[in-house]
Design a protein around this ligand. Structure first.
Ligand SMILES: [Zn+2]
Ligand SMILES: [Zn+2]
Length: 115
């Protein structure tokens, strides 16, 4: 019987929190990032795509002290490779590879035939 300590694999346990979705705020005196579960995805500067994930507590701090471009509640897509920030929808989304197949059908307005 193998003991967990000998196993090269991480034992199965609690569902893992979404990878990379922890607060990246690092207090000046702290040795590491906050690390709390992320609550908000903050876009600091959309031209440089400078963005970060922050917990609810540090979102409060950010609102008190800094100016940011946009924000939205965190979603699983936020840290997906290739996800795009959608300012209008207030979320991140991974572009659908079949997007071109789902383009809205052209709408043709036909005037009712006279008489
Ligand atoms: Zn935090
Ligand atoms: Zn996001």
């Amino acid at each position: 019987m193998t003991t967990p300590a000998d196993s090269p694999f991480v034992p199965k346990g609690e569902p893992r929190p979404l990878s990379g979705q922890t607060c990246g705020y690092k207090p000046r005196a702290a040795p590491a990032d906050c690390g709390a579960p992320g609550a908000w995805h903050v876009m600091w500067d959309r031209s440089s795509r400078d963005n970060s994930i922050t917990c609810a507590e540090h979102m409060d701090l950010i609102q008190q002290r800094w100016v940011y471009d946009d924000r939205h509640p965190i979603s699983p897509d936020c840290t997906m490779p290739g996800a795009l920030w959608q300012h209008d929808n207030e979320r991140c989304a991974v572009p659908d590879s079949n997007e071109h197949l789902r383009a809205p059908a052209a709408l043709t307005i036909t005037a009712p035939a006279a008489g």
